[in-house]
Design a protein around this ligand. Sequence first.
Ligand code: EPZ
Length: 437
Amino acid sequence: MDKFVVRGNTALDGSLTVSGSKNTALPLMAATLLAEGPSTITNVPDLRDVRTFSKVIRYGGPSVTVDPDAHTLSVDATTLETPVAPYEMVKKMRASFYMLGALLGRCGRAKVSLPGGCAWGPRPVDLHIKGMRAFGADIELDEGYVHASTPDGGLEGGTFRLDPVSVGATINLLLAAVTARGGSKIENAATEPDVVAFGRALQEMGAQIDGLGTRTLEVQGVDRLNTGTFRNTPDRIELGTFILMAATASEPGTPIRIHEGTHEHLGPVFKQKLAQTGADVSYGDDIVTVTRPDQLRPVSIETAPFPGFATDLQAQWTVLLGTTDGTATVTDTIYDDRFKHVPELQRLGMKIEVDGNTATVHGGAPLKGAKAMSTDLRAGVSLVMAGMIAEGRTDVLRVYHLDRGYEALEQKLRDAGISIHREEYDEFAEPDLETAT
Ligand code: EPZ
């Protein structure tokens, strides 16, 4: 197993580059299954989740060719004779559940494992299932699997309202609706840039979708979709992560340049909150420049569906609050207990109290390096961020979480002046009590 060893004695300096989006690449991969033939996606990040999903797709029959150096991925979905997504694969990555919509949309039937929970609690798929039923699918749950089928001739289509707003359910329902026999309507749909980019790719394939980027999507089913070549968007969460790293770990007054992100995908709330901290940020076409002030101000945030503040950036924001000269809160309205990073950050000296879905952060506590455990990829990256500004050495354990969603993170940070390297370790080795301090 790997860990990152981070030393906080050097400032972030120079520039960082954003890779392709994990959360857009995955639905784009699912969309290619709707066309009988070869499709290609460019700007695909070299991530564990992309490799995992490639295996899920290959299991059904299509071929998947990944070129990590060229950042391209090709899927030839000419044949798809096994509409199944097995537990052993789906349990590794929740987004594999997109196979339900893709297989229903392509084959009219599917056997897909329920995803199970994740690091920060239950993440149900009831909206996905209720929505598919509303569109005319027959769905039985048996032995941990969703068994879905459609009347002869495929899904009829229908109307379904999402409550709460759900990125995954919006994507899954679109995958099923675009080849339905009739029309469909998704109300209270997600408007995340990942969903919009995915919907635009479906339109390029010939899907009839109105309302992308709004809360109401209207779909007119078509008989078949065409293959194509699609460019993946830049990763908006990696962009936000790098911006917050630049605002906290660079020398005050030294501009840090972040290349190849799409700043509009951060949403207006994140930008407003960041400006209120006193960070000096300029947004260019494919470059965001961040200059850290002498002192950041505490600013409370509350996560919400896009265009609100992204829940995937709340752990990173928590670390920023630790460097301010006051107290502020982080409230996650999307997930109840996405605060597994807090006890780990407390090991580095951060002063945080959690009450329900709100964390109160008291800035100004000096951080000292320590061993800390990643529990999910955004919690993990917040530990790296804290290690970059802590005195001494921080070992961020279980880096496989980070490898799911951050491409070559240690290389990118090392190239920007940070002392960080990857080391192998045996998590189950008997502790050497002589050296354990
Ligand atoms: C997507 O997950 C992202 N993953 C998550 O990013 C992100 O945190 C989340 O959206 C919210 O923005 C991918 O895109 C692969 P949801 P998803 O369905 O689709 C509830 C990362 O770090 N809900 O929008 O699973 C759910 O419990 C990952 O990259 C139901 O109740 O999230 C949550 O409270 C972590 N029933 C809320 O909706 C359902 O059937 C939003 O979840 C589905 C969801």
